[in-house]
Structures are given as structure tokens and as C-alpha cells.
Ligand binder design. Structure first.
Ligand SMILES: [Ca+2]
Ligand SMILES: [Ca+2]
Ligand SMILES: [Ca+2]
Ligand SMILES: [Ca+2]
Length: 310
């Protein structure tokens, strides 16, 4: 199959500046590149060392691959054709191990792929669909095949609600759905396969829309996804989640980050089990915040008034 008429439609999260973190490189580090260097679907860093004529590689050690439909820890690629047809490449590094369309008719184009996540906890990524009517639908995947599918047992969700992201907010190894309303309100669906196990808004006022959810990661290493916010002014803010509740919230101990710096990725670059924040400047400069949630002191509360609580 030639995928030239397909659109790449896999959804990946894009997911506080602490004091500068030094990473050992060779002599005379001259330039930095970002890319998936080991084929695990996660962005890594490579530093070219001018003096020693070698390259230092910092691997992103997030535990689970994104878009892994066959559970082999290698990220796969999800395609969709203009006709609505879905197609999957099961990847193995740079190679395609297997490819094919699920045994399913083309999906009408009023259905959109919103995200992927493992909603039933079988380690295979599943596909989250949404209809123009607001209806939500899930394909539980097993490699190239659909193991189960169905509408989530819930009325159609009004279109002023948007699927913001997918993460495991309650730590049961099943992906949950993070919603946001045009008015700023945040809402969670804790999923169990095709069913909603629990749902609700955190005990928090709607967050003003000048605050944007940049992505999710586990910044404190409790295996529950947390939410990374950024304000139009550049201020960064964290919600550390425990199911439907915010167990802690704070701004990292850092001034607002100028808006010519963009959050490029969220991933565990130092392998300590806590997600870190990879920044990139308009100039191309790359910068890393190695995160450490409370109580270790990197994320402090005096900036709370600047945060999204209203
Ligand atoms: Ca895979
Ligand atoms: Ca699954
Ligand atoms: Ca969950
Ligand atoms: Ca966490």
C-alpha cells in the first residue's frame, strides 16, 4: 500500500524552568538534535561534541510506547485515508513488521479519531472516535484487528466539550479521558474498556481559557497522570491528580517562561520515573526541565495565586 493519500492521524501528547540541569556530554558540545533515536516512539536528545568528534545520546525512558496497537512496546503508526479507511503500520524500529486495515468498512468522515489510549488495560493501544453529533466510540485493538468495539455508554457529549487528552489519572493502568469545555471547565471519564467507571469534574472552578492544557505526564512518579498547564503569559502550572481529584497543585519555582519558548514534549528523559519537560526556543535552542513533584521541593506553592484556580 502506498500511503500517499493517507493523512497521519495518530494523536500524541505534546505535552517547571528549574535551575539548570547539567548533562554530561563529550568535549565542546556544539549542537542538539531531537528525534526518536532508538525507534521506541519517544523523542530523544542527541548532542554533537565538537572537540571529541562524537555524539552524546540522552534516551527518553517513558515506560509505555504511544500508539502501540500490538503491545510490543514499539510505537505503531495509524493512518486514515480520505475515504475514511483506517490502516495500521506495526513498526519495529525503522521497519514495518506488519501492516493492514482492520476488518471494518471505511468509517464515514463524520467520525473523527480523537486520540489513542489503552482503555481496557491489555497493553494494546485502542482508538477513541468521536462523531460530529458528539457521540464517543472506542475500538479496542489487538494488533491490526479490532478485538471489541462499541459506543461508550453515555449520551452524546455536547460539542462545546472537547477531548483534551488521554492519560491514566487513577493509576489502574487503564487510560482515562480528559475533557475540557469551551468555558474552561475540566471533566474526567475514568474508563474501563467501553464503560465509564467513574466521571466527574475536579473540585475546582472552571479554569479561565487563558490557561491551556499543554499535555499530561507523571511528574511526581506516583503512576497517575498529572496535568501540565500554561498561561498566555508563559506561566507554567501543574495539577497532580489522584483520580478525579487534584491532590496537589502548584507553579514550579520559576518565573513565567517567555512565550518564544514552546513545550516540545513531555517524557522521562533521566529515567527516574518522573516526567520531564522538553522545551524548544524559536531559535532552535533545546532546554530540559527535569521535574520532581512535591514533597522534594522543586514544585512549590507560593506561586499558587498565579495558577489556574479561580
Ligand atoms: Ca507496536
Ligand atoms: Ca487496549
Ligand atoms: Ca485509569
Ligand atoms: Ca502523578
Amino acid at each position: 500500500m502506498t500511503p500517499t493519500r493517507f493523512r497521519f492521524c495518530s494523536v500524541t501528547s505534546v505535552a517547571g524552568f528549574q535551575q539548570q540541569t547539567q548533562y554530561p556530554t563529550g568535549l565542546g558540545p556544539d549542537s542538539v538534535a531531537i528525534g526518536d533515536l532508538n525507534g521506541d516512539g519517544r523523542l530523544d536528545l542527541a548532542v554533537a561534541n565538537l572537540s571529541t568528534n562524537n555524539v552524546t545520546v540522552l534516551l527518553n525512558r517513558n515506560a509505555l510506547a504511544d500508539d502501540d496497537f500490538n503491545g510490543d512496546l514499539n510505537s505503531d503508526i495509524l493512518w486514515r485515508h480520505d475515504s475514511g479507511q483506517v490502516y495500521i503500520w506495526e513498526m519495529d524500529g525503522l521497519g514495518i513488521k506488519a501492516e493492514g486495515a482492520p476488518a471494518h468498512a471505511p468509517v464515514p468522515n463524520d467520525w473523527h479519531i480523537e486520540s489513542t489510549g489503552d482503555f481496557n488495560g491489555d497493553l494494546n493501544s485502542d482508538i477513541l472516535w468521536r462523531h460530529d453529533s458528539g457521540q464517543v466510540y472506542i475500538w479496542e485493538m489487538n494488533g491490526l484487528g479490532i478485538a471489541a468495539e462499541g459506543a461508550v455508554v453515555h449520551a452524546a457529549v455536547p460539542n462545546d466539550w472537547h477531548v483534551q487528552d488521554v492519560g491514566d489519572f487513577n493509576g489502574d493502568s487503564k487510560s482515562d479521558i480528559l475533557w475540557r469545555n469551551d468555558n474552561g471547565q475540566v471533566y474526567f471519564w475514568e474508563m474501563d474498556g467501553l464503560a465509564i467507571k467513574a466521571e466527574g469534574a475536579p473540585a475546582h472552578a472552571p479554569v479561565p481559557t487563558a490557561w491551556h492544557i499543554e499535555g499530561i505526564g507523571d511528574f511526581d512518579g506516583d503512576l497517575k497522570s498529572d496535568i501540565l498547564w500554561r498561561h498566555d503569559t508563559g506561566q507554567v502550572y501543574l495539577w497532580e491528580m489522584d483520580g478525579l481529584q487534584i491532590k496537589a497543585e502548584c507553579a514550579p519555582a520559576h518565573a513565567p517562561v517567555p512565550t518564544d519558548w514552546h513545550i516540545q514534549d513531555i517524557g522521562d528523559y533521566n529515567g527516574d520515573g518522573k516526567s520531564d519537560i522538553l522545551w524548544r526556543h524559536d531559535s532552535g535552542q533545546v532546554y530540559l526541565w527535569e521535574m520532581n513533584g512535591p514533597p522534594s521541593g522543586r514544585c512549590i506553592t507560593p506561586f499558587k495565586a498565579a495558577g489556574p484556580r479561580t
